[in-house]
Design a protein around this ligand. Structure first.
Ligand code: NAD
Length: 513
């Protein structure tokens, strides 16, 4: 990997070697057992990180709650200025961080850079937003009264993130939470702990340069047990959790049991509907990038293509041709389209899905398989596969986090395709390929897609930060990033002020003394 400049990138990001874990201030590191981070690219040990013990966690929470008292009193536009500087720092470190994302997680270097670009974009968005944390004013029914609402900082926000977007998801949350006056405690995926350490180092530099406590941004490391310290903690009013539906159901129940708020961004089972009026060339680009980009490990990856029977063979042939051109290999090498899966457990799930679809009656039309030999020593490289299947197969209803695409056929009207598209438990991203206005508008109408994201003539993956991101049903219902997603990071207060010498009661109630 050194030929791709990984060693230099690690140095630039302050990751020398070991014991770089829990950080509440760079002086205090975790003291729990060690996680070794191996790259799925070549199997190499990149570095080790200590996990967070209960005692470490208490120190982190002390730092976070103390920092909140300072941070919340800074005017929001000044908090925005800090986020602006953080965005500048990310610009400086973009290549190094993009490389680490690619090396630790396995996505292509281009996608690693794209992830850092998303962090920069959300910082820019948050800077503008820091002057727009608007509440409404209302007309009071009582004379001489004024009524308005304002948004106040919430407190410590817990962030739990998945391995597949090891840096951007944190930034989506943290950039907004910071301008809202909150402080953040982040537990990255135990599969990508070094991305967490790198981001913490960058944030710490900015806070230090501004004489602010590093506790505004805290990092804890470990598996679900460390995550549970936050979900059980009444000092954390909001837990934002990104990951599998199974994880989200656990988090939701634990946080709800203490009446905390949770923001959930969970699994998807995303489909593209291809109607008789689709542009086939655009369909192929959207579907193939959606299915094999990030080796099928995006929450918005395309898992199902729902194709009208009148054009089924044409679309199938075009997609098969495109798959023949895919190059699988080291994601840091920009000639490759598809990198490795995150680990060998993911390879096992991928193989199991291919066995299952055949057992249920499906037909494999692009063979899968695990690659072996030079360049594939990590055992994590798999061939993107395609199966013809039926919508109600159990495996088609399930999110397999790997490059497996199911082709499904529909006949008749667009309503049939929409029924199939909506007929899964998840509700994240959806798309229609059509030049027919009626079909497109029907798909976007209340009787259309039931997902949080519905696109026309774009694939399912690759959202922009300006819109609210998230999905319905088993995807968890949360919204992050753009639009008014910031409101979840604040508490709303309604204020009524009486500037008269009378005390009239609301609803005209009489109470004479
Ligand atoms: P995962 O559920 O295995 O882990 C996600 C995170 O949750 C990790 O940090 C893990 O340690 C933590 N965790 C697990 N159980 C927990 C518990 N009971 N309490 C507290 N924390 C717990 O997911 P993964 O394999 O890392 O990521 C893949 C999944 O994430 C896919 O289902 C994908 O669709 C989903 N995802 C969704 C979005 C979205 O925005 N909707 C984005 C990225 C990934």
């Amino acid at each position: 990997a050194s030929q791709f400049g990984i060693d230099k990138a690690l140095r630039d990001l302050g990751i020398q070697d070991i014991n770089n874990g829990t950080s509440t201030g760079s002086s205090s590191f975790g003291s729990g057992e060690v996680i070794s981070s191996h790259s799925p690219v070549d199997g190499a040990l990149i570095a080790k990180v200590n996990t967070t013990t209960k005692e470490d966690y208490e120190k982190v929470m002390e730092a976070a709650t103390a920092s909140f008292k300072t941070w919340r009193t800074k005017p929001a536009p000044l908090r925005g200025e800090i986020v602006r500087q953080f965005g500048e720092k990310l610009r400086e470190k973009k290549e190094a961080l993009g490389k680490l994302v690619s090396f630790e997680m396995g996505k292509s270097y281009q996608e690693g850079l794209g992830e850092v670009q998303e962090m920069i974009d959300i910082c820019d968005f948050a800077v503008g937003l820091s002057r727009q944390l608007h509440g409404l004013t209302m007309h009071s029914e009582r004379p001489g009264h004024r009524m308005y609402e304002q948004y106040h900082s919430l407190g410590v926000v817990g962030i739990i993130s998945a391995f597949n977007f090891p840096v951007a998801v944190w930034a989506w949350n943290t950039a907004l939470a910071w301008i809202c006056g909150d402080v953040c405690v982040w537990k990255p995926s135990e599969k990508t702990p070094l991305c967490g350490v790198a981001c913490q180092n960058i944030a710490a530099e900015v806070f230090k340069a501004n004489d602010l406590p590093e506790g505004i941004s805290c990092l804890i490391n470990g598996d679900y047990k460390v995550g549970e310290m936050m979900t059980n903690d009444t000092r954390i009013p909001l837990v934002s959790a990104t990951g599998s539906t199974r994880m989200g159901k656990n988090v939701a129940q634990t946080v709800a049991a203490r009446l905390g708020k949770s923001l959930l961004e969970l699994g998807g089972n995303n489909a593209i509907i291809v109607t008789p009026d689709a542009d086939i060339k655009m369909t192929v680009i959207g579907a193939v990038f959606g299915a094999v980009g990030t080796a099928g490990q995006r929450c918005t990856s395309t898992r199902r293509l729902i194709i009208h029977d009148s054009i089924y063979d044409k679309v199938k042939t075009a997609i098969l041709d495109a798959y023949k051109q895919l190059r699988i290999g080291n994601p840091l090498d920009e000639n490759n389209h598809v990198g490795p899966l995150i680990d060998t457990d993911a390879v096992t799930s991928y193989k199991a899905a291919l066995t299952k679809v055949v057992e249920e009656g499906g037909k494999i039309i692009v063979e899968g398989g695990v690659l072996e030999g030079e360049g594939y020593e990590s055992g994590c490289y798999v061939k993107p596969a395609i199966a013809e299947a039926k919508a109600d197969y159990k495996i088609v209803q399930h999110e397999t986090f790997a490059p497996v695409l199911y082709l499904l056929k529909y006949s008749g009207t667009i309503e049939n395709a929409i029924d199939t598209q909506n007929g899964v438990a998840q509700g994240l991203s959806s798309a229609i390929m059509t030049n027919n206005l009626r079909e497109a508008e029907h798909f976007l109408s209340v009787a259309g897609s039931d997902c949080g994201i519905a696109n026309v003539n774009i694939g399912t993956s690759g959202a922009e930060i300006g819109g609210a991101f998230g999905g319905e049903k088993d995807t968890g219902g949360g919204r992050e990033s753009g639009s008014d997603a910031w409101k979840v990071y604040m508490r709303r207060q309604t204020n009524t002020i009486n500037y008269t010498t009378e005390l009239p009661l609301a609803q005209g109630i009489k109470f004479d003394l």
